[in-house]
Design a protein around this ligand. Structure first.
Ligand SMILES: *Cc1c(COP(=O)(O)O)cnc(C)c1O
Length: 396
């Protein structure tokens, strides 16, 4: 099939896309409409934690689709109960509400914090968020995000999201007033360029929120579900937040999100929260399958091994080409290029023959790596060798 045979103009234009149509995926590899293969270090933006079309997800989808698709959110179903039980048993949270995306889970977190503020803090509603943070594309989550320019695109913003700076506790302290109800952040800023919050900063935020009776909300849409080598990113710093959101990895490629909180914070009453597809058994059955894979003995240890290996390989290639090193947590890593060649590398890597390499450049001087959590050492070596070829071209 030729690209020109597809009528792509029936789709709303929201982003420039290369003239490729992906037709198949397996593990770390994608195949396009011409049969060309690509080693995929995007994995749906850190979504496909088990790679493309993993057997565990296929089996869950087939089995559940034969049993029950949609009894309605007004009733319990088995996968929804099982997934909530597994999530609460393996985290510091007690209650779960399922959503369909990260933005929707975060909207729920914002509503929950505001509700808690009405009940326990004289109507306090401000949620301190962070410069370069990313929480989604609904109006409230765009307002909570710290992406430059996002404050004006769809003005007026949803108010009540003052911005502090990551890893700067004084910038947070300075924003606290009688209207403050919560502090919300990503344990590792993903879209912002793979910037980890330091252990000390997370611990200082926990102390500060306790001191001022504020809620601590972690957006683990990208950092959760094994991505950092811990099941959840907050566990890296040994703290226990009050509210957490998940999406991306928890569905492994299907649209699933979750809002989790501790019992004391679970203050929604009937009418406050809901949604037609929330807790849908077809999708939560996939969540159960994904989480069970991550909980297999040795799985998270292998993520840590692979992440050490990838980190070292990136340091080596950085040295070889005079770049500026790498950073990240687990299998969410970034290579600092030292100049604005990110876009050129992404394009040259995709155009490699006979097989391409899919990379992401969240900032022009940065490459982001978010492989499947079960990526093999060999697939890391292959990526590095392809990246070397590209760097030789681009740095010439
Ligand atoms: C991707 C992302 C979101 C938004 O999730 P969607 O499913 O695209 O709505 C929110 N927060 C973080 C940290 C993310 O990485």
């Amino acid at each position: 099939m030729e690209f020109s045979q597809y009528n792509v103009n029936a789709l709303m234009y929201i982003t420039p896309r290369p003239e490729l149509v992906f037709t198949e995926g397996s593990g770390m590899w994608l195949t396009d409409h011409k049969g060309k293969r690509y080693l995929d270090y995007l994995q749906g933006w850190a979504v496909n934690c088990l790679g493309h079309c993993p057997p565990a997800i296929q089996q869950a989808l087939v089995a559940q689709s034969k049993k029950l698709l949609n009894p309605s959110p007004a009733f319990y179903n088995e996968p929804m109960i099982e997934l909530a039980d597994l999530l609460t048993k393996n985290s510091c949270y007690d209650r779960v509400f399922f959503a369909n995306s990260g933005a929707e889970a975060n909207e729920g977190a914002i509503k929950l914090a505001r509700k808690w503020g009405q009940l326990h803090k004289n109507g306090a509603f401000e949620i301190i968020t962070f410069g370069h943070g990313f929480h989604g594309r609904t109006l409230a989550t765009m307002s909570a995000s710290g992406k430059p320019g996002w404050d004006t695109i769809f003005a007026p913003q949803v108010s009540g999201f003052p911005k502090a700076e990551l890893n700067d506790i004084v910038s947070v302290e300075n924003l606290i007033n009688e209207n403050t109800v919560a502090i919300m952040l990503e344990p590792v800023q993903g879209e912002g360029g793979v910037l980890p919050a330091s252990r000390e900063f997370m611990q200082a935020l926990r102390a500060l929120t306790k001191q001022h009776k504020l809620l601590l909300i972690v957006d683990e849409v990208q950092s959760g579900m094994g991505r950092t080598g811990e099941l959840f990113g907050y566990q890296l710093s040994g703290i226990e937040p009050d509210i957490m959101t998940l999406a991306k990895g928890i569905g492994g490629g299907v649209p699933l999100g979750a809002l989790l909180c501790r019992e004391e914070v679970a203050c929604f009453v009937p009418g406050d929260q809901g949604g037609t597809y929330n807790g849908n058994p077809l999708i939560t059955a996939v969540g159960v399958a994904v989480l069970k894979e991550l909980l297999q003995p040795g799985f998270l240890a292998s993520v840590k091994e692979k992440s050490d290996y990838l980190s070292q390989a990136l340091w080596d290639i950085s040295e070889e080409f005079g770049l500026q090193g790498e950073r990240g947590e687990g299998l969410l890593r970034a290579l600092r290029l030292g100049s604005d060649i990110g876009g050129a590398i992404v394009e040259a890597a995709r155009n490699l023959e006979p097989a391409g390499l899919l990379l992401n450049s969240p900032r022009p001087d940065l490459l982001r790596f978010m492989p499947a959590l079960n990526v093999s050492i060999d697939e890391i070596d292959q990526m590095i060798s392809m990246l070397r070829t590209v760097l030789q071209q681009v740095k010439k």
